[in-house]
Design a protein around this ligand. Structure first.
Ligand code: R61
Length: 304
């Protein structure tokens, strides 16, 4: 079995598969709703005196039984990940009444990176953007070592734990790369906006660590554009609109070597890293470990 397999199965680390009792899970507010289901802020308060922990609880839309298998896989995935730059799994809650399972995770108070950047864009300096970028890169390097492909890396799926810490969230589309292959081919097109997709993912539905690197380049662009999608040229070509003709249009643009322009006040070195992530041929793109070195160096030079 591959080393990724052994690490995932936690043969050596007793899985604290904590079960949370629904009666102690006190609803506070809805954090987000989507086609995936919903994520709620709750307090797990067995003592009933408000001393319990705040937790983020994700549950499937009850009518989406079809996704139950996907949700089970998401729970299996997130419970196997132990990394400072990935949102932490806390346990599961079987809600008897609704015959459904809820995924309990740590609560990150600052919300999604997009909301955070919109709110704090005035005082987030380049050094902090590079810190966030290198943290996302570390999280992705860890995922790669576990032989997982995220497949939906985007600023909307990055959460902010504090002013100096961001974490990767939402493993709903994450797949394991089989040991004998370098990529995962999905059977039907997903629902994610093709804006974050590598060319081979658009044209052949192929996903690999190198297609995650392409998406990481897009996240870099989002970071250094302060997640301001209004100033985002690809929005104009409507790549938020999912349609086959749009995919062909985007693919031809990429084949003609069109790429997102450098965001204003983005350091040229960071732009060159983005361009390396956006090499048309997946094998020409850097790995997350070599990207990590590039950030270490740029953080150092920026310090001087
Ligand atoms: C696991 C987790 C831990 N902590 C947190 N904290 C968190 C804290 C917050 F104040 C907010 C907002 C901030 C803005 N005001 C207006 C509303 C609440 C917030 F949205 C989140 N959220 C988590 N998950 C989560 C929540 C919500 C989600 F829409 C999505 N997702 C969406 C599609 C991919 S997604 O799965 O990432 C994941």
């Amino acid at each position: 079995k591959s080393d990724g397999f052994w690490r995932r199965t936690n043969m050596f680390k007793k899985q604290q598969q904590d079960v949370f009792e629904e009666r102690y899970l006190r609803f506070i507010s809805i954090l987000g709703k989507g086609n995936f289901g919903s994520v709620e802020l709750c307090r797990y308060d067995p003592w009933g005196d408000n001393t319990g922990d705040l937790v983020a609880v994700k549950e499937l839309q009850s009518d989406k039984k079809a996704n139950m298998a996907d949700f089970q896989r998401e729970i299996q995935t997130i419970s196997s990940l132990h990394c400072d730059y990935i949102v932490k799994y806390k346990g599961i809650c079987y809600s008897a009444g609704r015959l459904s399972t809820k995924l309990v995770m740590e609560y990150l108070p600052f919300g999604s990176l997009i909301g955070y950047m919109e709110k704090h864009r005035q005082n987030v300096c380049t050094r902090r953007l590079l810190l966030f970028a290198s943290q996302i890169c570390k999280g992705m390097e860890y995922l790669q070592n576990m032989r997982y492909v995220h497949r939906d890396l985007a600023a909307r799926n990055i959460l902010v734990a504090s002013d100096t810490l961001v974490k990767i969230a939402d493993f709903g589309l994450t797949k394991i790369i089989p040991v004998d292959k370098e990529y995962y081919r999905v059977t039907q097109p997903g629902e994610s906006p093709i804006f974050w997709y590598a060319p081979e993912s658009i044209s052949e539905l192929k996903f690999s660590h190198k297609s995650d690197v392409w998406s990481f380049g897009i996240v870099l662009h989002e970071l250094f554009s302060y997640c301001d999608i209004s100033r985002n040229p690809k929005r104009k070509i409507g790549s938020y609109v999912q349609s086959p003709s749009m995919a062909i249009h985007l693919l031809n643009l990429l084949k003609d070597n069109w790429r997102l322009p450098m965001p204003s006040q983005c350091p040229p070195k960071v732009h060159s890293i983005m361009m390396q992530c956006w090499e048309f041929n997946s094998e020409d793109r850097p790995s997350f470990s070599s990207l990590q070195d590039m950030f270490e160096n740029s953080l150092v030079t920026l310090n001087r």
